[in-house]
Design a protein around this ligand. Structure first.
Ligand SMILES: Nc1ncnc2c1ncn2[C@@H]1O[C@H](COP(=O)(O)OP(=O)(O)OP(=O)(O)O)[C@@H](O)[C@H]1O
Ligand SMILES: [Mg+2]
Ligand SMILES: [Zn+2]
Length: 384
């Protein structure tokens, strides 16, 4: 058999993507040298962005697999090295595409990424559960999805996705989001602070800086959808979001309860004051499927009508349709999935909750990528 050509090897290596940056390693300056001897053994050095890169096993495996598939290759001797500071600086320039730092890509005119912020009036209504499940459902539908966990009080997103112990890789002052096994890119405010207990002291300006950091310093690449898990209520983070990402659309999560519905309305009103469009209301913990009768008997543990009420109130207040986009039942598998780091749309995809969440994801997705339907800041603000 003839020896593999350099072109064949390069083409094979180009199929290997850096798991964090999601671009071919050949484009990122990560392949330092490739040689092949007369026996067909390929010797190469691949430079990791940082030594001890958490993704090195993945890269190792993918490189071996790609080269092993080239006809004539009889063996692969792979050395994993680390980039020098200069090489990292070069990579950073490549990634920025020549643009200056500290720009929020999603706020640029012509950005095609749909941004949805998941908001609620109060805590514990299932915002984070909704965020991770929508993200995975969108990813399963073929979208490139990122999550910003901006909830200073909770930051439970990484645990729900099984990446609680992961820390983002940093390339100079650019941060790589942590990829989940299903390819969703995640940054959590909890990953940015050195110690867990530091969070209590965070105030407005610090939160603002943290949000900008998560949006501008993180290399998101070309996302179809970005989901933000906001802290509950109408606080500083919501204001920062309104300033930095006025094009974000808000999904309000509430429970069927009367009191929860009222606070959810406030969260929705706040969004509108910041000129953000509320895309819909999602009612969570709506009912329990009766274990005896099955789906036709819904036990309404937390009352009923909260979601519909919030949707009606916000529609009236804003003068556009704010639909109730779904009612997610209470389900043990949803909680278990979150606790186990495997959200219900993946762990129990046929469950009623997973089905509703997938429908909601489809609905958000159907709003399409691009500028259509986006609020351009001209719509009158809500009246009180
Ligand atoms: N539909 C549901 N069925 C069963 N359990 C649920 C459901 N929705 C959420 N839970 C559970 O309720 C708890 C709170 O949910 P979650 O953390 O998603 O809410 P949150 O609004 O993000 O809360 P926080 O304000 O603490 O961030 C979690 O243990 C979660 O697993
Ligand atoms: Mg949460
Ligand atoms: Zn029953």
């Amino acid at each position: 058999m003839s020896l593999p050509t350099h072109e064949q090897l390069t083409a094979a290596l180009a199929t290997v993507h850096d798991p964090e940056i999601k671009r071919p390693i050949t484009e990122l300056g990560m392949v330092e040298s490739v040689q092949v001897d007369e026996a067909g053994v390929v010797r190469l050095t691949v430079l990791l962005t940082v030594s001890g890169c958490p993704m090195k096993d993945t890269i190792d495996r993918d490189v071996r697999r790609a080269l092993g598939a080239v006809p004539g290759v009889t063996g692969v001797e792979l050395t994993l090295g680390a980039m020098t500071d200069e090489q990292r600086a070069e990579l950073q320039t490549t990634l920025r595409g020549g643009k200056p730092a500290k720009e929020i890509p999603f706020a640029q005119a012509g950005s095609l990424t749909k941004v949805f912020a998941i908001a609620s009036g109060k805590g514990g209504v299932g915002k984070s559960s909704v965020t991770v499940n929508l993200a995975l459902a969108l990813a399963a539908a073929g979208r490139t999805v990122g999550i910003v966990d901006a909830d200073i009080y909770g930051h439970s997103i990484p645990a729900m996705l099984g990446i609680a112990d992961h820390r983002p890789t940093q390339v100079e002052d650019m941060i790589m989001p942590v990829p989940t096994p299903s390819g969703v890119s995640v940054i959590s405010i909890g990953m940015l602070k050195p110690r867990r207990d530091q969070v209590v002291a965070w105030r407005g300006p610090m939160l603002d800086r943290a949000l900008v950091q998560m949006l501008a310093d993180v290399y998101w690449g070309d996302l179809d959808v970005l989901l933000l898990d906001l802290p509950p209520g109408t606080g500083d983070m919501a204001i920062s979001l309104g300033q930095h990402l006025p094009g974000a659309e808000i999904l309000v999560v509430t429970t069927p309860q009367e009191a929860a519905a009222e606070v959810a309305e406030r969260a929705g009103t706040m969004a509108s004051m910041l000129h953000q469009r509320v895309v819909g209301v999602l009612e969570n913990m709506s009912y329990l499927v009766c274990p005896h009768c099955g789906p036709e008997h819904r036990i309404e543990i937390f009352g009923s009508g909260g979601g519909a009420r919030v949707a009606a109130t916000l529609s009236q207040r804003f003068g556009y349709d704010v639909p109730l986009v779904g009612q997610v039942p209470l389900e043990e598998s949803l909680r278990e999935g979150g606790d186990a780091g495997k959200p219900v749309v993946e762990s129990d995809p046929t469950s009623p909750a997973a089905q509703v969440l997938r429908e909601v994801a489809d609905r958000l997705d159907a709003r399409g990528r691009g500028l259509a339907g986006r609020q351009l800041g001209l719509t009158p603000t809500a009246k009180f």
